[in-house]
Design a protein around this ligand. Structure first.
Ligand code: HPA
Length: 270
């Protein structure tokens, strides 16, 4: 695995000018932020040795290296979902590559269903913590000791320092943000109303099909992580209507302006 990560890293290094310092993963429908980077250098995942390939609608499957607010960023437009058939290690492969490139700060975003009935579609949620309901962990198997320790601490998985910073930025910009617990399910079927009720009882405020594996790998690798969910729909059973991917993409598109504004400010101050 170390060799594979290193080959990917070397390819990227040979194709970019300056080393990125901040990693950014853009969730479903939120990829437009990538277009805001200056001095862009785009690298398709398909061209990077050992990289899996992204397939889902609404995801582009490429890295954008460039500058936002004068900071050097590596932006992932598109990620690898477990439900696409990738194994957990493929899902988090880009995290390991980013870490090897020298990135120590990671901002992860996603589209999520609102479980907390106070929430409304179109709201943003700062991820305070997560519950891994995927039944898998990307660190299972021999420990990648080049990245981190066998039993990584997860008690500050979503950095409290970054959460405080993001809350103060959201206040300054007058962009309200909730703070809650993200539960990850494998998908690709949306949850049943009974599953959502279970997740609510267990303390989850939002649900999605990504993020948790990446955040586990990032913590293992010693990165400081912030997570933001865009509540694109109410989770199953909250409203008397079916869920659809179209609704997810539509809502994400509607919130993109405030999302972009917030994330640009976070990058500036992180
Ligand atoms: N459930 C799971 N994943 C999601 C949802 C949802 O309701 N909305 C966006 N991603």
């Amino acid at each position: 695995m170390n060799k594979k990560i290193s080959e990917a890293k070397i390819y990227i290094e040979n194709n970019i000018v300056e080393k990125p310092e901040i990693g950014l993963i853009l969730g479903s429908g939120l990829g437009v932020l990538g277009d805001r980077a200056e001095n862009q250098k785009i690298i398709d995942y398909a061209n990077i040795p050992n990289f899996p390939i992204s397939t889902i609608e609404g995801h582009k499957g490429r890295f954008i290296f460039g500058e936002i607010s004068g900071r050097k960023v590596a932006i992932m437009q598109g990620r690898f979902h477990y439900y696409e058939g990738y194994d957990m290690k493929e899902t988090v492969f880009p995290i390991w590559v980013m870490r090897l490139l020298g990135i120590e700060k990671l901002i992860v975003t996603n589209a999520a269903g609102g479980i907390n009935t106070d929430y409304k579609p179109g709201e943003l949620m700062l991820i305070k913590d997560h519950i891994n309901f995927m039944g898998k962990n990307p660190l299972i198997g021999p420990n990648l000791s080049s990245m981190g320790t066998r039993f990584p601490d997860m008690s500050n998985a979503y950095s409290s320092r970054l959460r405080d910073l993001i809350k103060s930025i959201s206040y300054k910009l007058n962009i309200p943000i909730r703070e809650g617990v993200y539960a990850s399910m494998t998908g690709p079927a949306y949850e049943t109303p009974a599953e959502i009720k279970m997740l609510r009882i267990m303390g989850a405020d939002a649900v999605g099909m990504s993020t948790v594996p990446e955040v586990i790998a990032a913590n293992h690798a010693g990165m400081e992580v912030a997570g933001i969910s865009c509540i694109t729909n109410m989770a199953a059973g909250v409203l008397d209507k079916p869920l659809s991917h179209e609704e997810v993409i539509k809502t994400a598109d509607e919130v993109k302006d405030k999302f972009i504004k917030l994330v640009i400010s976070i990058i500036n101050e992180i």
